[in-house]
Design a protein around this ligand. Structure first.
Ligand SMILES: Nc1ncnc2c1ncn2[C@@H]1O[C@H](COP(=O)(O)OP(=O)(O)O)[C@@H](O)[C@H]1O
Ligand SMILES: [Mg+2]
Length: 433
């Protein structure tokens, strides 16, 4: 038996059902798996192996020691968010010294892509689009260290040159934490005068369009770019996408416009030498994908990507570890079916039973984010069955009122059953259309 440890920092249930699907491979390959996780619970149904809860603030050295004490032959990082990807990159370095291989990005890759400003430079070097931005040094701004009296004026002028509105973003962090939307010069002056900045930050031009994310997975020069996962319109500030419909579906001209971006992304991945999965956040408008950031880890995009392509990220992570990537799974790109993830009001047993029978239900579960519960479902629909999906959902809605009618309209547009023009926001009858 080979012992493989998995490191996880958010609830393991978000990997369902695709990590659990490796159970057969574990048996065939003689793998004994153990999950070391810091958040939530792990029941017998949640992970194909044993599990151990470890403290959320565990250090890289303590985590490395846990893995070594368990006698692991290899380790796979499934950690979220960037600070935990960094912890795992440090674990990887520690384990290298004792000869335990690990599927995780290098320290160099995580420190580069964890930092949104460095990421912008990287994207530009690869000919990819990213919104214009300005790096602000919060120490100089606050008069700490070197005195540069004209610094604030310089920032104000350069931002005006770039054009309002802008978004102020911390270099690290995720889920929109610490982001502030700045409509004009007066708001920027107030923002610069604030001494609560958590380190340096970026003032980035606010762009309009549709938010989407994409997962790229691979190692050693061979990368697969999954299809974009669409998340609706961008706003003047961060968007909380667990309250939204996310979907994967064939779209034109979006897919054609994405093809050259995907090629450039592969070049970028080869240069950085990513080992595993990365998730990019983008905004698409007028044929252009503006890339906002690269998350050096699995993300919320992983599940819909796998569901729509059958190309299982977790399987790849395991093959990278055992040296069988890119033989298995064979690299393959393209949408096989539509995938939709959206919030529901509640997950009653009756609703889940009917949804399981009448839809291709990938998962029905409640995510807990910052202590708040978000019941949601992930479904798929074969490409040939798209036209029939809206009626199936409407029939379920009449019996269970499981979601707002506005979501059903958005879904009908997403799967191409009705034209986008009919989806103007007239649907307020459910309260939060
Ligand atoms: N330049 C921008 N223009 C418009 N919206 C943006 C911009 N940058 C970020 N956002 C919004 O904020 C969200 C979070 O931004 P992102 O750069 O992905 O950082 P993170 O996810 O690490 O917090 C995006 O998904 C988007 O909704
Ligand atoms: Mg993001």
């Amino acid at each position: 038996m080979r012992r493989i440890a998995f490191l996880r920092s958010i609830e393991i249930q978000q990997t369902k059902p695709f990590l659990k699907a490796l159970e057969g491979r574990f048996r065939e390959d003689g793998i004994e798996a153990k999950l070391f996780f810091t958040d939530g619970e792990c029941g017998p149904d949640d992970f194909p192996g044993e599990s151990e809860l470890v403290p959320g603030d565990i250090s890289a050295d303590e985590l490395a020691k846990k893995v070594i004490d368990w006698d692991a032959d290899g380790v796979i990082s499934l950690s979220i968010a960037d600070e935990n990807a960094l912890r795992d990159a440090v674990v990887k370095r520690r384990l290298e010294t004792v000869g335990i291989p690990m599927t995780a990005h290098s320290l160099a890759a995580v420190t580069l892509t964890g930092n949104k400003w460095e990421t912008k430079r990287l994207l530009e070097r690869h000919g990819l689009d990213t919104p214009p931005g300005l790096l602000v040094d919060s120490d100089i701004l606050a008069g700490r260290g070197l005195r540069i009296p004209a610094y604030q004026d310089a920032v104000l002028i350069q931002t005006a040159d770039m054009g309002y509105p802008v978004i102020s973003k911390p270099l690290w962090d995720c889920m929109g934490a610490g982001m502030v939307s700045i409509p004009d010069a007066a708001a920027l002056e107030r923002h610069l005068a604030d001494d609560e900045h958590h380190g340096n930050f970026i003032l980035e031009q606010c762009v309009s369009g549709e938010i989407c994310s994409v997962e790229v997975v691979g190692a050693d020069g061979e990368y697969v770019v999954q299809p974009p996962v669409w998340q609706g319109p961008a706003e003047l500030g961060p968007v909380f996408n667990f309250g939204r419909l996310r979907y994967v579906a064939p779209r034109e001209p979006h897919d054609q416009d994405f093809a050259p971006v995907a090629e450039k992304l592969k070049g970028l991945c080869r240069e950085i030498g990513f080992t595993g999965s990365v998730g990019l956040d983008m905004i698409y408008e007028n044929g252009i994908y503006q890339i906002l950031e690269i998350n050096p880890r699995v993300t919320g995009t992983t599940t819909p990507s796998i569901a729509s392509t059958d190309f299982n990220t977790y399987d790849v992570l395991l093959s990278i570890l055992d040296g069988t990537w890119p033989e298995r799974p064979e690299p393959r790109e393209g949408i096989k079916r539509v995938c939709l993830q959206f919030p529901v009001r509640a997950l009653s047993a009756e609703f889940v039973a009917d949804a399981t029978r009448e839809l291709d239900l990938v998962r029905a579960q409640t995510l807990t984010i910052d202590g708040v519960e978000y019941p949601n479902i992930v479904i798929t629909c074969e490409l040939d069955d798209r036209a029939a999906l809206p009626a199936k959902l409407e029939s379920l809605r009449q019996r269970h009122a499981f979601t707002d009618r506005s979501f059903l309209r958005q879904i009908a547009v997403a799967v191409g059953a009705v034209a986008a023009r009919t989806d103007t926001n007239t649907d307020t009858e459910d309260g939060n259309g």
